[in-house]
Write a protein that binds this ligand. Structure first.
Ligand SMILES: [Zn+2]
Ligand SMILES: [Zn+2]
Length: 256
């Protein structure tokens, strides 16, 4: 079975047609979907989906875009949701200096706050990182004591050298999505990452893989990312499926 390690069935576009989406990915061999949160409403929806579908799991957390919306009350509600057995990680949190939708200092402050909370709950952390590699390296190094339960860099777009020199040292996992099917993606990064640290994700409804660009993404298209990764690593699709599923189960300890 395939595991979609980072999806947003909690997004309106998919949530509004959820039965159809679930049926679609089950028919394509996806056996578990992690619905990553980005704010309080998506955290709540993740829990609702996990209650309804046995193969749905969820995370809680506040995206760097929305770091400016952080309040103690939001974090308290997220902590309460994280106590449910199908809550498998904290995130997505991180830094995004491409869009800068929250002030950078606010993004950094809320990222550190969230990794402290995740550590107190013994949950792994899902990191969203874009154009903020130096600050992320510094924050992870300075706060290493909060990273005892696993770190996943989702939709990793950093360099192979950064992976080798920094993130591998911090024992990070990496998930790859539709971007690896794009012609301009720098796929050599995969050579720097140990095979027991890679996972597959769709990040749906975003990042639709080739040849379905322009359409809404769903976990039913995860097989295209598996097949592309197999081609890039010169392995079979079955081998990639086994490797990435084993990795996802090791990282998200609560997945059955
Ligand atoms: Zn993200
Ligand atoms: Zn995402």
């Amino acid at each position: 079975m395939l595991i979609d390690s980072h999806a947003h069935l909690n997004d309106d576009r998919l949530y509004s047609i959820i039965d159809e989406v679930v049926e679609g990915y089950r028919a394509r061999g996806v056996g578990a979907v992690i619905n990553a949160a980005y704010d309080i409403e998506s955290s709540r929806r993740g829990k609702i989906l996990a209650d309804k579908y046995e193969d749905c799991y969820f995370t809680v957390g506040l995206h760097p875009h929305d770091a400016r919306l952080a309040t103690a009350q939001i974090y308290e509600e997220m902590k309460a949701l994280a106590a449910f057995p199908k809550a498998v990680a904290w995130g997505e949190t991180g830094l995004d200096y491409h869009y800068d939708l929250s002030l950078r200092e606010v993004q950094r402050r809320e990222f550190v706050t969230q990794i402290e909370i995740a550590d107190s709950l013994k949950l792994p952390v899902i990191i969203h990182l874009r154009e903020a590699y130096e600050d992320m390296n510094r924050l992870l190094t300075e706060n290493k004591q909060y990273l005892n339960n696993g770190v996943l860099l989702h939709c990793y777009s950093g360099s192979g050298e950064s992976a080798r020199d920094i993130y591998n040292r911090l024992d990070c996992y990496y998930s790859f999505g539709g971007a690896i099917t794009f012609a301009k993606h720098k796929n050599e990064v995969l050579k720097y990452i140990p095979q027991d640290r890679i996972m597959l994700e769709t990040d749906c409804p975003y990042m639709t893989p080739v040849p379905f660009r322009g359409k809404t993404n769903t976990p039913a298209l995860l097989y295209l990312i598996r097949d592309k990764m197999a081609e890039l690593l010169r392995l079979t699709p079955d081998e990639i499926e086994k490797i990435t599923t084993d990795n996802a189960k090791r990282f998200y300890k609560r997945i059955k």
